[in-house]
Design a protein around this ligand. Sequence first.
Ligand code: GRF
Length: 213
Amino acid sequence: MFQIAVLISGSGSNLQALIDNQTKFGYRIAVVLSNVADAYGLVRAQQAGIATCVVNHKDYDGREAFERAMIQALDAYQPQLVVLAGFMRILTPTFITHYAGKMLNIHPSLLPKLKGLHTHARAIEDKESEHGASVHFVTAELDGGPIIAQGRVPVQPDDTADALAKLVLTVEHQLYPAVVAGIVKGMISAPPDVRIDDILAPIDLPLLLQKVA
Ligand code: GRF
């Protein structure tokens, strides 16, 4: 069975979607790692019988030491893919290089638009007609890296950031497990050198769902 590790810092609703689709898509979450001891995602993992571990960045002297501790904890489970799901620490090349081509992130915008935080409010401010979520391979550039797939939602004139966030999350919950399924099935793979920020033509969610079904 294809083994994945999921990294979280908070509520873990994407983690829940990944948990719920393990059997359907033929992968197994070997471990959930959080840098926050009381992240609700840890409860979700425990309820599903998945191993958890906490590596708190505050316990380490600097990012490198923190990342080395995470690598040690994760590699004990030999993950074939590392999945960032609301993991709220910036990663350095120490960690990124170790999992080059084997690490995914989900970002709540149609990348390369709206990198960074507060994407839903910014989509409304910018009067975007369309918004959504993207899954990409992780490179050293924040919210950069080859974009694999995207899910889109329309932005209504009277939308609030909260309403839009909820709607985008429903898309994320379909998108992330489907991308993992595409990797498990060998339909999606990292470009030979993921440090080069060559954008793959992102697959739209409806087509991706068809392909992995
Ligand atoms: C999601 O919006 C994801 O796109 C972003 O962080 C949020 C995590 O939410 N990277 P959850 O913890 O999965 O509910």
